[in-house]
Design a protein around this ligand. Structure first.
Ligand code: NAG
Ligand code: NAG
Ligand code: NAG
Length: 444
């Protein structure tokens, strides 16, 4: 019996590695070392009470203060047992693992009056929603290294409704808090956690490197405003995989700063891998932009399964952004029901103020999209570049976007140069079907 199961195991490994989908087995779990923490503490030792009513801010701050100042060799694990822990926002520290047991819920208070404010990001020049500072993320990390957030699928709950209602009634004073943000940090792992009802974006790594986010679940209602799933921003070596995301805005959106502030700060997003993501949203599945001013390059997204979407793949930028979007490879995308399959646009998003430079045109170059299959897709695609900066090297291959009866069976293209092969419905004359294709395929 034992021998039998071993040989079945071996056989299935061989079968997988020899299949043409060998790529789908790739993983980034080894990129950030997962350190074993010998030192372990529990939030209950610091006065934490998981009754859903006690406010535990002091307990979280005290436990994290202890980790920061005792500096145990190899770092410390902070254990959150089952229970509902209400708390105000707090900062993490370096060399720690934040471990949520099965049934552990960390829940944000709804006290928007006393929520701490922090400085705007230099690459945005102001809060993303409103001028001035921004509310600190519910869980915040600034200048950290070696942080793990994991466990047995416990929940981090932003109770965002009160914030969404303030947005709806236009009573917000500053930009809403993210559920979790890491700024200027490296060696970050987030896995096996459920994020729900974020006030604003869910997970925001900004000016970070070596970040792995996998086996997470991110949930927010379809009508919750700006609840992006994961937004890598001016960060490099980021890997996002094996996750389910269903929110009210883009599932994954890669960004790099906003107009003149982003251009001046000049911090690109690069070397980002996104794979095996499943989800649903009224906005985009895989998005790049619209804040692209520091540049975005070397991005791979593959094995993406989407349903009930606004847009499957959406690359979006605007005049005034400057910067570039280049060497983007997106493949093996399955879309069931969407308004748009693929949309690449140069007229998306707002400006921070009137001082943006209308002559700062983004460069969009080298976008390869391959193996996309869609059913019930209303508009197959639209690629509309900028008059003064046409999008070039746009290569589409093996794309099949089926509509419903009342859908538009044509693509819209303007100011774009590229190639296409086996694209149905037939895209547009700007994407030549002969000649340049080898140029595309050789680099994919
Ligand atoms: C948390 O970090 C922010 C940003 O670095 C800082 O402004 C704030 O004072 C910190 N809060 C606490 C309670 O340490
Ligand atoms: C947590 O949920 C993820 C995503 O559904 C799943 O892949 C993972 O196996 C679960 N982990 C645990 C420890 O239950
Ligand atoms: C790109 O990121 C991956 C992890 O996603 C890493 O293994 C690789 O070394 C990085 N490449 C460079 C050039 O930094």
């Amino acid at each position: 019996m034992w021998r039998l199961s071993v040989s079945i195991f071996l056989f299935s490994c061989l079968a997988v590695s020899s299949s043409s989908y060998g790529d789908s087995e790739a993983t980034c779990s080894g990129i950030v070392p997962l350190r074993y923490r010998y030192d372990k503490i529990s939030i209950t030792e610091y006065g934490g009470v998981g009754d859903g009513r006690t406010v535990n801010t002091k307990a979280f701050r005290a436990a994290i203060y202890r980790i920061q100042h005792l500096k145990r060799r190899g770092g410390t694990l902070l254990y959150i047992p089952p229970g509902v822990y209400l708390t105000e926002s707090f900062n993490l520290t370096s060399h720690m693992t934040f471990y949520l047991a099965k049934g552990a819920v960390i829940r944000a208070v709804q006290d928007t009056w006393n929520w701490p404010l922090i400085d705007p990001l230099p690459s945005y020049g102001r809060g993303r929603e409103l001028p001035g500072g921004r509310y600190m993320s519910f869980i915040h990390g600034d200048g950290l290294r070696d942080v793990v957030i994991t466990g047995q699928n416990g929940t981090i709950d932003g109770q965002g409704e009160v914030w969404w209602n303030m947005w709806r009634s236009r009573t917000l004073k500053y930009t809403r808090p993210n559920l979790i943000e890491f700024k200027d940090s490296k060696e970050i792992i987030i896995s096996n956690v459920i994020f729900q009802n974020s006030p604003f974006w869910n997970i925001h790594p900004v000016y970070c490197s070596n970040v792995v986010i996998h086996h997470v679940t991110i949930l927010a209602p379809q009508d919750s405003p700006n609840t992006d799933g994961i937004d890598p921003d001016s960060s490099y070596n980021v890997c996002i995989e094996d996750s389910y995301i269903s929110t009210g805005d883009d599932l994954v959106a890669i960004k790099s700063g906003w107009d003149e502030y982003g251009i001046a700060y000049g911090r690109p997003s690069s070397n980002i891998t996104i794979r095996r993501i499943t989800g649903s949203s009224p906005f985009a599945g895989i998005a790049i932009g619209s804040e692209t001013s520091g540049g975005i390059k070397n991005i791979v997204a593959e094995h993406i399964t989407l349903s009930n979407m606004g847009v499957g793949v959406n690359i979006k930028t605007n005049i005034g952004r400057g910067g570039y979007i280049k060497n983007i490879k997106i493949s093996d995308v399955y879309i069931d029901t969407a308004k748009y399959g693929i949309k690449i646009a140069g007229d998306t998003g707002d400006h921070p103020d009137e001082n943006y430079n209308p002559n700062a045109l983004p460069i969009v170059k080298g976008i390869h999209i391959k193996n996309v299959w869609g059913v019930n897709v209303r508009n197959a695609g639209s690629i509309q570049g900028l008059k003064g900066s046409p999008f070039t090297g746009i290569c589409l291959s093996e794309i099949n976007l089926h509509g419903s009866l009342n859908s538009y069976k044509t693509w819209k293209c303007s100011d774009v140069i590229g190639t296409s092969l086996k694209v149905s419905p037939w895209p547009c004359s700007e994407l030549r079907t002969t000649g340049g294709y080898n140029l595309c395929s050789s680099t994919f």
